[in-house]
Design a protein around this ligand. Sequence first.
Ligand code: NAD
Length: 329
Amino acid sequence: MVNVAVIGVGAMGAFHADALSHRVRGARVSVVSDLDADRAGALAETLGARFEPDPIAAIGSSDVDAVVLASPGFAHEKQVLACFDAGKPVLCEKPLTMDERSAYALVQAEAELGRRLVQVGFMRRFDREYAALRALVESGELGRPLMLHCVHRNPAVPDSFTSEMALADSVVHEVDCVRFLLGQEIVAVTALRPAATGSAPEGVSDPMLVLFETEAGTLVDVESFVRTGVAYEVRTELVAEHGMATIGLDQNLLLRTAGRWGGAIAADFVERFGQAYDSQLQAFVDAAAQGTVTGPDVWDGYAAVAVCTAGVEAVSTGCRVEITLGARP
Ligand code: NAD
């Protein structure tokens, strides 16, 4: 049984804690930590876990074998370093850190440790459809990937959600998926701003079209539209030399009744990616039981931070921004 500390138990941390307690095999939540003592104390009691107010003390505790970090991004750097000091596997929610410099410092710190301890929470890699598309690309059956057309739509977001946040919070998942599906780094980003929907606050660009160029010349367009008023839709179409492949078509139940025909679209990210979140945690727990981690690593977290930083610059300046990653240790 792997004893897990969950650090930060807001929306995401509470979801992970619930999964660890009820759906993931071989793990239990032993410690819960959050700056909000009421929230964390109540959750700890429900789960039969211990509440520890100090996140760093929680990470170092003897009743903790592995750590799930779901605190806000600005807290990740210090808490990941504490996991390195304690030699404990950590599933760190995206973003790895808030800027390129600190993300790269974690890449170097883990290299100096000489063992992998970080898995970054890019859960789409554990989604069956993404895994199938990646396997198809790797098989070479369709030849060289030429383009990816991606769609990321949310029904609604708070008014405080800016164009830059759409890049850093939503499109960041597309960044990782592009790197995962193609096995290539992204080398440049451009953001185009079409006419905005009436539900976007003044000055906020929604939708946006984000273009990524990869090192082998694959071109990726991402429609980011987070106030559609419709549903949660995430789709990817691969265009390759010998064919095309699409994932995310919501092809579940197709209903025919009383003069209408159709299916259902996922309402939110939990409905669309619930299986991926749980599979991600199961893989983390299985690897942690062996003292290691699997899946997206600290380099993937760093590369995503670098691309998103460039993306935010592309959104605010309207210019094409090139990305140069540090040396890989
Ligand atoms: P949230 O605001 O709902 O919860 C954050 C929690 O962290 C709060 O309970 C807060 O009190 C606590 N907290 C604040 N500072 C802390 C600190 N220094 N140490 C410990 N706890 C602290 O936010 P959320 O939506 O749950 O997001 C948490 C993380 O998960 C973020 O990094 C976010 O980007 C990520 N996230 C990932 C996905 C995904 O799809 N992978 C989805 C949503 C959020």
